[in-house]
Design a protein around this ligand. Structure first.
Ligand code: PGA
Length: 251
């Protein structure tokens, strides 16, 4: 089940060595021992999924999960180099789908993302579905909501409780130009109103420990998807701690 606590996703993209992955994962795990009001999902590169899982499963924490960054749109067959949902379903609980870097660098379209969402759900993996507009001038709540509706077409409403949405304005990713938190809250609210209250909506795009709280205080924003700042263990732990409420659980 998807947590009711704030959710913080680390998207390491294609940036870590095995040693980096293990160091960040171990530091986050250690810090999370004291945090009980936040759910963290680490998304390593495919090849580090197994070693990271091995490392974390020695001392498992219920609020630390592993996600993949992509899956194939096909379930199996002659697709050289692809990795299917069924291959990783025992390694991960989540998968990031439809990230803008898949769209801009690998020509993924809404239909492809839709197929991947279905496959993930078929294999009991929770999809983290990314959606956002390309340019600031395209920015409109309606644009984002309509795009999401197309991506989720054919996905039954009962499945919405098993899906996380990451609202990621593409112009805010990797740019240090994060979106206005009031606007993000408005988008999140509209997504819930138009699609379902069951959907949890995260924000992603140049999140760091300086701006994370701006989003987390908003009622309709359920968490954050963090790229660059998730590669620095201390910085990422700080974001997790802000989401946790900045306090240790003593209960
Ligand atoms: P960023 O990446 O935090 O480095 O902007 C976010 C993302 O790609 O989801």
């Amino acid at each position: 089940m998807i947590s009711e606590h704030p959710i913080i996703v680390a998207n390491w993209k294609m940036n870590t060595t095995l040693a980096d992955a293990i160091i960040i994962a171990s530091s986050v795990r250690k810090a999370l021992e004291e945090m009980h009001h936040v759910e963290v999902i680490l998304c390593p590169e495919f090849v580090w999924l197994y070693p990271v899982k091995e490392k974390l499963s020695k001392f498992p924490l219920s609020n630390l999960k592993i996600g993949a960054q992509n899956i194939s749109q096909f379930d199996n067959g002659s697709y050289t180099g692809e990795i299917s949902a069924q291959m990783i379903k025992n390694l991960v609980q989540f998968v990031i789908l439809g990230h803008s870097e898949r769209i801009s660098n690998f020509d993924e379209d809404e239909n492809t993302t839709n197929k991947k969402i279905k496959l993930a759900l078929d294999h009991d993996i929770y999809p983290i579905v990314c959606v956002g507009e390309r340019t600031k001038s395209e920015t409109s709540v309606t644009f984002v909501v309509n795009k999401l509706k197309r991506i989720l077409k054919t996905i039954s409403h009962e499945e919405y409780q098993n899906i996380l949405i990451a609202y990621e304005p593409i112009w805010a990713i990797g740019t240090d130009k994060e979106a206005e938190s009031d606007y993000v809250d408005e988008v999140a609210k509209k997504i819930k109103e138009e699609l379902s209250d069951d959907l949890k909506v995260l924000y992603g795009g140049s999140v760091d420990s300086e701006n994370a709280s701006n989003y987390l205080i908003h009622r309709h924003i359920d968490g954050l998807l963090v790229g660059r700042a998730s590669l620095k263990a201390r910085e990422f732990v700080e974001i997790c701690s802000l989401a946790n409420g900045g306090c240790d659980d003593i209960g």
